[in-house]
Design a protein around this ligand. Structure first.
Ligand code: HQG
Length: 181
């Protein structure tokens, strides 16, 4: 499989496992899991057939580790990023002192007035790294890197979760904890 095909499958899996499971005629359980068999047959019905080996390849080579299998490999989950209702059952964690968020310049006025909001997702997504974070901002327009005083936020009582693929998740980031460039 070439990179283009891998990306195409990864995009479709993101759609189905995070946002619109009905596109493949499947349902996520309460914690976001789907039996692999059901996913594969659903993808086939949706005209997006893939083999188990292709699915394994996409899951294991994904740069952001977006998807994971359970222990016996019979079920699959998107590690974060959902818009559909799921309870990912993450435990609260102590964040590093500073984290980053990539956004677009056109959102800055709104962010200066209401802070970072989760919009359609379950959480605001934060990261300790900057390169990928800038690329996330660039998806929405002229990218801007914001720095979040995560340590101060945590000490002020905000709860942080860490996804299995290294994304820090919070309900919101009030303006007072944001540093604008
Ligand atoms: C912006 C990627 C106006 C926010 C990444 C963002 C991430 C506001 C957009 C994951 C705002 C929402 C998530 C406010 C925030 N007013 N705009 N008050 N507060 N925004 O796609 O963070 O590749 O829901 O800055 O790695 O861009 O999908 O969130 O620009 O973890 O695996 O509203 O997507 O992962 O956009 O991306 P999104 P995001 P994947």
């Amino acid at each position: 499989m070439n990179e283009q095909q891998t990306t195409k499958i990864s995009r479709f899996l993101s759609l189905v496992l995070r946002h619109q499971p009905e596109t493949a005629g499947i349902q996520l359980d309460g914690a976001g899991w789907v039996p692999v068999e059901k996913l594969l047959s659903g993808c086939k019905h949706a005209g997006r057939a893939m083999t188990r080996a292709e699915l394994d390849h996409v899951v294991h080579t994904n740069a952001k580790r977006r998807f994971e299998f359970n222990e016996d490999g019979l079920r699959i989950l998107a590690s974060q990023g959902h818009s559909v209702e799921v309870d990912l059952a993450y435990e609260a964690q102590v964040p590093p002192e500073f984290l980053h968020h990539g956004t677009a310049s056109r959102f800055l006025d709104a962010i200066r007035s209401t802070g970072l909001q989760k919009m359609k997702r379950h959480h605001v997504h934060l990261s300790p790294e900057t390169k990928m974070t800038m690329a996330v901002g660039a998806r929405h327009g002229q990218p801007v890197l914001l720095t979040i005083k995560a340590g101060d936020m945590h000490r002020a009582g905000h709860v942080f979760f860490l996804s299995t693929n290294g994304v820090w998740l919070v309900d919101e980031v009030p303006v007072s904890f944001l540093h604008f460039p």
